[in-house]
Design a protein around this ligand. Structure first.
Ligand code: AMP
Length: 400
């Protein structure tokens, strides 16, 4: 696992009087009227923005928003973000309607001339070269600035021009938000307090195969829930009715449980389930043993015995990593398992690391956000970091 101790952080790089290209993650929901409906991601960037301004830097902010796939889409413009930042800082934020065109050159000229201290480039993914990690495009972006800072943890697993290629043309470092993410993973995995428990849920096993494999080397207890449960239950020799089951992953699930035994990892598969007669919020439901799922019923949550077993293990764990809800938590009738897991994690006193969009959403839904140690801002990036132990856009930053 690389904790990037050899890489420069924003504290290790001179910024006074410099123009800093700051890659942020401003991928926030914006409604049809151009109103930002959840500013959390922007708000989390202010620590680095304020630090840089206070230390005498001028800033060129850059981000993507949504998936415009290399074409201009006015609905995905970052202009509301420029207004928001301007309101919060109480100063002008120059906004460029392109990222490497005439307008960007004009705005950067004004920044250099001192008309404002901070500007934002338009959605970088309007340019096809961004996702192609194009060298010439990255060189153009780099030509505006003296220093590059990456504070967009959520995109650190994607080598794009503004996250990877650009690091080859400027002295570079990571920002405070990225630092917090790295530190939280290191507190959970580098000499962790044991026992370490991972709880994995979500829809599919296939999405998480390499994550499960890599966690087997790091944890003492691994509990599975959610849609992936049924591939394991099937691998144990039981019928799963109409539950989600990936038949091509059954032998993998068997191997995995055997590997867990070999490595001395306690592998918890649900022993009872809440099954429904259709995939619907208002379906009829009942509790059954994991070996007794009726034909044409489907499991949509873990059952009370399983909840008790999971909660008991969670209460003994000293370090917890949780990714993925253990049931269809969006529907009240099937949210109980996820709610109990969230409550058990938040009251365990353990170091708790929650990552992946849906488990984070679940913790927020149950109002427990303040009671866990860390909720990662990066779904895919968080999982890839746990799986592979490194992220390409951090690998390429300048050494200390
Ligand atoms: P993921 O994006 O892989 O983390 O999956 C999250 C989604 O899995 C959530 O929207 C849940 O509703 C869904 N999910 C959880 N448990 C089940 C289940 N037993 N059957 C179907 N979907 C599920």
């Amino acid at each position: 696992m690389n904790y990037y101790k050899n890489k420069k952080s924003v504290r290790d790089i001179a910024v006074n009087g410099k123009i800093v290209f700051l890659r942020c993650d401003f991928n926030v929901p914006i409604d049809n009227l151009g109103k930002i409906t959840d500013s959390k991601r922007i708000d989390e960037s202010f620590k680095t923005i304020n630090y840089l301004l206070k230390n005498g830097a001028k800033l060129i902010l850059c981000s993507h928003l949504g998936r415009p796939k290399g074409t201009v889409n006015p609905k995905l413009s970052l202009s509301p973000v420029a207004e928001y930042i301007s309101d919060i800082l109480g100063e002008t934020v120059g906004f460029s309607t392109d990222s490497v065109g005439d307008n960007a050159k004009e705005i950067v000229k004004k920044l250099k001339a001192g008309e404002f201290r901070i500007c934002l480039l338009e959605n970088i993914r309007f340019e096809p070269e961004e996702e192609q990690n194009d060298t010439d495009f990255a060189k153009k972006l780099a030509s505006y600035a003296d220093v590059y800072i990456n504070d967009a943890f959520g995109t650190c697993h994607r080598s794009h021009a503004s996250t990877e290629a650009i690091t080859h043309f400027l002295p570079s470092a990571y920002g405070f938000l990225v630092e917090k993410e790295i530190l939280s993973v290191s507190s959970a995995l580098e000499n962790p307090e044991r026992p370490v428990m991972a709880i994995l849920g979500g829809a599919k096993v296939s999405d998480k195969i390499s994550l499960i494999e890599s966690l087997l080397d790091k944890v003492d207890i691994l509990a599975v829930g959610g849609g992936m449960t049924y591939t394991f239950i099937n691998a144990l020799g039981y019928k799963v009715g109409d539950s989600i089951c990936e038949s091509d992953k059954i032998s993998f699930a068997k191997d995995l449980m055997a590997k867990a035994t070999e490595k001395g990892v306690k592998f918890l598969v649900p022993v009872d389930l809440k099954v429904a007669d259709e995939y619907s919020e208002n379906a009829n439901f009942k509790i059954v043993g994991a070996d007794k799922i009726p034909d044409s019923w489907m499991g949509l949550d873990i059952g009370p015995k399983t909840t008790e077993i999971f909660s008991e293990e969670i209460s003994k764990a000293k370090t917890i990593i949780w990714n993925g809800p253990v049931g269809v938590f969006e529907w009240d009738n099937f949210s109980s398992g996820t709610k109990h897991v969230a409550q058990a994690v938040s009251s365990s006193g353990a170091i708790s690391l929650i990552g992946g969009g849906d488990s984070a959403a679940a913790v927020r839904k149950f109002g427990l956000e303040e009671k866990v140690t860390h909720i990662s801002t990066g779904g895919g990036a968080f999982l890839e970091y746990l799986e592979k132990g490194s992220l390409p856009c951090l690998d390429s930053l300048s050494e200390k």
